[in-house]
Design a protein around this ligand. Structure first.
Ligand code: UDP
Ligand code: MG
Length: 337
């Protein structure tokens, strides 16, 4: 007799007290479509919420038997919360998604169907985006795909269903600067995609924010494409060729004609152009150096505080004492006092 696969939804949350009830309602409904083919539970990574999310998760964990919670000591960011989710995942299949209802819970059944058909990695391909910066997202995906050899031609983010084997591979990627879809692609063979339009955030503003997205985009380019560092070389080459040509032209004019080359404005604009390129190149190199520094420091990505196990597996609502895997990306169990 084969046992039913267990799907665990791994959901990072930061100040999502308004979205959570609707999200859980949506997933509770979506899981009924699985019928008897799989069991389902939740793992919430609470990334230092300060708005009542923590209390809500505690209550849900105490009331239900299918919700466990890992509390981070403070806010470490979306990527770190996802890394924590990978580390703490228990199950056969992981459903990664955001809590803000931009990732439709109804995708669960089609994602699982693809897994049943043998796909180890199934992602939700993002169609039209209603967000303000939709054009920037499209440009980002286009450029990243054009300049990276390892990324598939699919626009996808966190929303995905990953087989345990893929999660295990992703756990061995210990880098600090993490681009989740890039890691999914690096650790997968074939990737099945389900195209779906991306919804709008139902409550509040993006918790990652525009600056956070720029940071993530930079991480994606620097870790999955060699385009930025090549751009520095190309700019250097263009400037050298430009100045060489300029020098030849100036010497030619001096030797062959009586023209006086007008000076100040052209010199200054060339100077500005060259300094701009030098600063840009330094900036790009700086981004690499700061990331190398991050990696060398080997600081943990996050620290775990309390872990709330589901009621069924522990008689009362308590701090977990389960054994955690060796050298997790920064695991810390607060002593019971
Ligand atoms: N999130 C998190 N830590 C953070 C910021 C966000 O765990 O520091 C969670 C957030 O609660 C949501 C998901 O990550 O579940 C995506 O966040 P958001 O919707 O703000 O990102 P966006 O959709 O704007 O990229
Ligand atoms: Mg969002």
């Amino acid at each position: 007799m084969t046992t039913k696969p267990h799907i665990e939804a791994v959901i990072p949350v930061y100040n999502e007290v308004d979205s959570l009830p609707m999200l859980i309602q949506g997933l509770d409904h979506a899981k009924t479509c699985l019928q008897d083919d799989a069991s389902f539970s939740y793992l919430f990574i609470n990334d230092g919420s300060t708005d009542g999310t923590t209390q809500l998760l505690k209550t849900l964990n105490a009331q239900r038997t299918d919700i466990r919670v890992v509390e981070l000591l403070h806010n470490f960011g979306h990527s770190a919360a996802l890394a924590c989710g990978l580390e703490h995942f228990r199950g056969d299949v992981a459903l990664f998604m955001d809590a803000d209802l931009q990732d439709p819970p109804s995708a669960l059944a089609p994602l699982f169907y693809q897994w049943q058909q043998g796909a180890k990695t199934v992602v939700v391909e993002r169609g039209k985006r209603p967000e303000k910066h939709g054009f920037l997202f499209r440009a980002f995906y286009y450029l990243l795909r054009k300049t990276s050899r390892t990324l598939p031609p699919i626009n996808f983010g966190t929303h995905s269903l990953l087989d345990k084997s893929v999660v295990d591979r992703m756990k061995s990627h210990r880098e600090r600067n993490r681009y989740f879809p890039g890691l999914v692609a690096a650790c997968s063979g074939e990737i099945a995609a389900i195209p779906l339009p991306r919804g709008e955030r139902v409550y509040g503003k993006s918790r990652v924010g525009f600056a956070g997205l720029i940071q993530l985009a930079l991480t994606a380019f620097l870790s999955f494409s060699s385009a930025p560092i090549r751009l520095v070389s190309i700019l250097g080459l263009i400037c050298s060729l430009g100045s060489l040509t300029g020098a030849v032209v100036i010497v030619g004019i001096k030797l062959l004609t009586n023209w006086a080359i007008p000076g100040w404005a052209s010199t200054m604009s060339l100077l500005f152009f060259a300094s701009g390129i030098q600063l840009l190149s330094l900036g790009i190199l700086g981004e690499y150096v700061s990331r190398i520094y991050d990696e060398v420091k080997k600081r943990p990505l996050y620290w775990v505080g309390e872990q709330l196990e589901p009621r069924a597996s522990s008689q009362e609502h308590r701090v977990s004492s389960s054994v955690t895997p060796p050298i997790p990306l920064g695991h810390y169990r607060r002593p019971l006092s």
